[in-house]
Design a protein around this ligand. Structure first.
Ligand code: ADP
Length: 545
């Protein structure tokens, strides 16, 4: 809807109200004006009648006073007939003396009647009275009654009747004029009111209509109200608001479009990813396997290194003894004392040494031979055998090992893998003790059994670890040892063995003066022994020699 679109009678409520109020006010004013004006005008006309009546009565009394006092009725009649002739509005004059004969003079003649028969009230001799009288069947009359006094003495009464047709005509004329003025006013003011109401309410209707369109989503709905008042301001603000809304909607649409494009791109990327996911998973698995192989290889090398070191220490004593035997043979030969008997004794001695060395090799080989199936093994024996393997190495550094355990605790699992774990932990404790060199380097192995668990604690007094190290020791390749001495995979492998193969837990913590490694194994591991003797290892196989 445009501002200049003309509709003769806008059917909106505000218009009807404004126009209705305006019209009612106008009507009320006209009625009020009439209601106030008519009595006012009537009063003023009555006053005019009164002053006319009192003037006429005074002039008659003045002119006829002598004749009245001398009972000269002829003069009185003559004079009054004259007055009636001159003043057409006077209908009749009645003069009633207190005593004697009253005279009634009308436009048609005169007559005399006895005073006491005259239509006069006793009070009329004393008081003036006047007013319109409505005599049934005749026109109304204005009657004026006044006492006649001479020198303060009441002589009689005069009554004058006036014709009210002029008065009534005036009143009617006045009413006619008031009605005319009211009608004219209504005729003039009604269109003015109509246009005023239109002027006031049309922009409101336009803005309201546009607001409805905006509410229904039409943001092209603008209003054109070229006015310099508050309504003009309102329309301009409305247009600004609609513009801002349209701008925001555009922005929102752009954002949506961007979003849709992004979603499409992401969906495409996701499709692409899905298509290549299988391949990527296969690649990742292959990479993982490769890394595991590398780990296994490194772990084997590390174990081999450890084993060679341990064998070297185990062999040191029999090798020394063998060397002494050989030196003894050479010495006795040089001295010519090498007879058959001493040769046999020295040979036997040498063979014992060689046998011991060979047994050591077998021990190690057995120890590192991978188990194919899970079997029951004795925990105490496993711990002692592992400690024995490192015996030479530990003794070399004055490290004492104590084992508090009860024989007979059976564990289901891969015995050699478990021994590898023990060797790793003992090896690390040994390294820490060598680095920290306490006065009495020692390792305590304590076994405790509860209803659900078996707990094996490896405690040392090698100084323990700082917080950062403690948090990382089970990660692969984490080591604090210098190049060539540490690989960082010992504890990682150990944790894998305890968790995956033996369903237990391996934890580390600091204790006063050192570190403690805790292996917790579920007790049912032993009970399952009969049922699960064929279980295969969940960790890479230990190195074989
Ligand atoms: P590596 O022995 O080759 O370093 P590990 O995984 O066996 O690898 O050990 C990781 C690290 O854990 C070691 O480098 C060492 O810093 C720390 N660690 C292990 N055991 C102990 C211990 N008993 N006392 C102090 N530190 C230890």
């Amino acid at each position: 809807m445009r501002w200049n679109t003309f509709r003769p009678f806008p059917a909106n409520r505000v218009f009807l109200r404004v126009f209705g109020v305006f019209g009612s006010l106008l009507l009320a004013m006209a009625v009020l004006y009439g209601a106030l004006m008519v009595p006012l005008q009537r009063d003023s006309l009555l006053k005019v009648l009164y002053s006319q009546a009192s003037t006429v009565s005074r002039s008659i009394i003045q002119a006829s006073s002598d004749a009245m006092l001398t009972d000269d009725f002829g003069f009185v009649v003559e004079h009054n007939l004259q007055v009636l002739q001159n003043n057409k509005s006077i209908q009749s004059v009645l003069i009633v003396p207190r005593r004697g004969t009253a005279i009634s003079i009308t436009t048609t003649g005169w007559e005399m009647l006895e005073s006491d028969k005259a239509p006069i009230q006793p009070g009329d001799y004393e008081n003036e009275s006047f007013g319109i009288r409505q005599i049934p069947g005749t026109a109304s009359t204005y009657r004026y009654i006044t006492p006649i006094r001479f020198s303060g003495v009441s002589w009689g009464v005069m009554r004058i009747d006036f014709d009210t047709s002029d008065y009534l005509a005036n009143i009617n004329e006045m009413i006619r004029q008031i009605v005319l003025i009211s009608l004219l006013s209504i005729l003039i003011i009604l269109p003015v009111g109509y246009f005023f109401a239109l002027w006031l309410t049309r922009p409101i209707a336009i803005i309201s209509n546009a607001a409805s369109r905006v509410a229904n989503g039409d943001l092209d709905a603008h209003v054109d109200v070229p006015r310099a008042d508050e309504i003009g301001d309102l329309s301009r603000s409305f247009n600004q608001m609609v513009d801002a809304l349209a701008e925001n909607r555009q922005r929102l649409e752009n954002v949506n479009l961007d979003l849709e494009i992004k979603v499409a791109e992401r969906t495409q990327a996701l499709d692409e990813l899905n298509r290549t996911l299988d391949q990527r998973v296969r690649d990742e698995i292959a990479k993982r396997k490769e890394q595991e192989q590398l780990l296994i290889h490194q772990s084997r090398l590390a174990a081999m290194g450890e084993m060679i070191g341990a064998i070297a220490h185990q062999w040191r004593q029999p090798l020394n003894a063998l060397s002494l035997v050989l030196q003894n043979i050479a010495l006795q030969f040089e001295m010519g004392r090498l007879d058959q008997e001493s040769m046999k004794r020295l040979k036997d001695k040498g063979e014992v040494m060689v046998m011991r060395m060979s047994t050591t090799i077998d021990d190690f080989r057995n120890f590192f031979k991978p188990n194919k199936t899970a079997k029951l093994f004795d925990l105490d024996t496993a711990l002692r055998n592992a400690a024995d393997l490192l015996d030479g190495l530990l003794r070399n550094h004055n490290i004492s090992v104590s084992i508090q355990s009860e024989p007979g605790i059976q564990i289901l699992g891969f015995g050699n893998e478990f021994s590898q774990v023990v060797l790793n932990i003992l090896g690390n404790a040994k390294d820490a003790l060598i680095a920290h060199h306490p006065a009495q380097p020692s390792i305590h192995i304590k076994v405790a059994q509860t209803a659900q668990h078996i707990e094996i604690r490896f405690e040392d007094n090698g100084g323990g670890m700082d917080e950062t190290t403690l948090n990382k020791i089970f990660e692969p390749y984490f080591t604090t040892k210098e190049e060539g001495k540490g690989t960082g995979i010992g504890l990682y492998m150990s944790k894998m063995i305890i968790q995956n193969s033996m369903h237990g837990q391996l934890r580390a913590e600091n204790i006063p003066g050192g570190a403690c490694f805790r292996v917790t194994l579920p007790i049912h591991a032993a009970e399952e022994a009969t049922a699960e003797t064929d279980r295969t290892s969940a960790v890479p196989p230990a190195p074989t020699f």
